[in-house]
Design a protein around this ligand. Sequence first.
Ligand code: ZN
Length: 286
Amino acid sequence: MRRSQTLRGWQIACAIALMALPALAQKRPQPPKSARLYVFDCGSIKGLDPATFHFKKEELAGVDFVVTCYLVVHPKGTLMWDVGVIPDSAFKPDGAPVTERISTVTKPLLPQLAAVGYTPADISYIALSHYHSDHTANANAFAGATWLVHQPERDVMFGDKPQGIIQPAHFTALRNSKTTILKDDDYDVFGDGTVVIKYAPGHTPGHQVLYLKLRKTGPVLVAGDLYHYPEERNSDKTPTFEFNREQSLKSRAMIEDFLKKSKAQLWIEHDLATFNKLKKAPEFYE
Ligand SMILES: [Zn+2]
């Protein structure tokens, strides 16, 4: 009797262990055969003054911004691109939406990442299109990744008295991250031309954009804040808070030329119309 009970106990233990195995295996997804792109909802910014962008309200299809975060999963590693406007730490235990000034976030980023199988420890690289506070909120969570940044951008971020649209507390941990300083030419993150960071300065001193060559979707350019509104594309209007307007116009011309040659889709990160059309995580582009 006792022996069969012991045996039964052992069998149950084995069964539980076997059941747990697939769950463990699922926890960290297998690297895909080709690059994937996940799009996360990182909030919205409302009540902006179009005059800040040299527009009248009626000249824009919409004034409000969406805030978007992205995860690239490549066979050789992962890249987080832009990490939100309000950090996950601002959420209360009830998980209710958080509003800070004109920004609101309804979903924290890390649970969205976990829902597709990744934790910050799984992230190989972090890159920010630029240092403005609506792109950096959760940067500290990814300080264990290798940071891909241009020197003039890093210099502003860790300067003596950072000024403007910047929230240094949100990225202090990047100071000691393993860091790769990018040069002015394209940076091929995984070495096969499918995930490339392009230098497009002007909005900030080291502003950059992300070019992806996806097997099924085709080429995509995630444009950071090269533009905020599609209406900027056919004008020479730049925001009032541009670091260097002439440089921005040069970067825009270079990227427009690249879009023609590469036939890449342009994704303006803050554009609600673009965002509404996109597949959101857990769906992905490949
Ligand atoms: Zn922005």
